[in-house]
Design a binder for this molecule. Sequence first.
Ligand code: KG4
Ligand code: ZN
Length: 348
Amino acid sequence: MTESPLVLGIESSCDETAAAVVAGDRRILSNVVLSQLDDHRAYGGVVPEIAARAHVSHLDRLIAQALREAGVTLAEIDAVAATAGPGLIGGVIVGLTMGKALALGAGKPFVGVNHLEGHALTPRLVSGLEFPYLLLLVSGGHCQLLAVEGVGRYRRLGTTIDDAVGEAFDKTAKLLGLGYPGGPAVEAAAATGDPARFTLPRPMFGRPGCDFSFSGLKTAVRETAASLPQPLSAQDRADLAASFQATVGAVMVDRTRRAIALMPKGTPLVVAGGVAANKHLRARLEALAAETGIAFVAPPIRLCTDNGAMIAWAGLEHFRQGETDPLDLKPRARWPLDAAAAMPGAKA
Ligand code: KG4
Ligand code: ZN
């Protein structure tokens, strides 16, 4: 194997169609992301069938673009990696099948990547961070605290018992009529709002363990909104968005503080996943890390939200260890990173 393998990564598990080429020395040679926002806007959320069809329409062109921008041909790639789950199954099937077909056609090894592992290993792509680290993984489908001990070695310290945090942002945005996608819309509205105007419940705050809960908070936002004069004024929306965001921040800091105490002293804190794009939450976590005397790593925003580089990198980490997958690898709608911690019926 070459010193610095080149890996093509394909991502299609949600509403981003993405392809990238990454090198073993941590260079991102290309990272092409097509967001399907406009396709889903009218529905106020991601429609799985529309997402899958859009992946079919765009993926081949995006892969060609990623190779072109990287200045390499498929023949020069050392391995092909594609997301094999968890995610919307139709989309996962599209990218996974494309990845396998390219690997087969070009005679290259194939690696099926866990999308969450893509987020989890991104800090190593960005800064060469060494294991172990504490990871707060916050996205549209997840809210977990994980001890990342090595490639493929993840120990879950806590997870949400109901909604994911990104889901809470998205639902809050919908409820307040802030538009889509929800996370950035809530953050933008909150920027001009008063976070102290409304006191919202802080689910799980101060409780033992590191689990999260967001459904009660969502309900409280709905009830508070309903108690105000209708239609809501722009200021009401901004204040409620700011109060919601501050409450999420308080809960996140409380839960993460507990997880820090469970890790060996000095273990760095990493935040990853789409919600890690939120500047308020990043700042609060950074302050927590400073207070507890540990390093804080947050990937740049374009590498926090779904992209192909994170899949290429996770594939590369496995490939470098001699781990590849057979071409009959199955797509998985659910695929927990820490299989031991996954309860039956729990969100992956
Ligand atoms: O990781 P990601 O791109 O896709 C999943 O794997 O889920 O995360 C998407 C989630 C969405 O719920 C979106 O609203 C949220 O990340 N998000 C944000 C922000 N940007 C994206 N949430 C809060 N603030 C943001 N700035
Ligand atoms: Zn994601």
